[in-house]
Ligand binder design. Structure first.
Ligand SMILES: [Zn+2]
Length: 67
């Protein structure tokens, strides 16, 4: 997807939308970038910032962000 080709249908009609919030606990979030195929509708998301990834919770943690 990041290379501009859909991994599901091989279309090149990929739109990139930055800034969706991925909550890491009940009060803070990192921003993800969505890669959306306009042909088949497949959506892939990436936390692109290495700084944001470093601030994510530990691998074995699971936060319920719904309060
Ligand atoms: Zn597609």
């Amino acid at each position: 997807m990041k290379d501009g080709t859909c991994i599901k249908c091989a279309s090149a009609r990929i739109v990139k939308i930055k800034g969706r919030a991925v909550w890491k606990d009940w009060k803070s979030y990192v921003k993800a970038t969505s890669f959306i195929c306009k042909e088949c509708g497949y959506v892939e998301e990436w936390v692109e910032s290495a700084k944001d990834r470093a601030e994510l919770p530990k691998e074995d943690s699971m936060y319920d962000t719904i309060q």
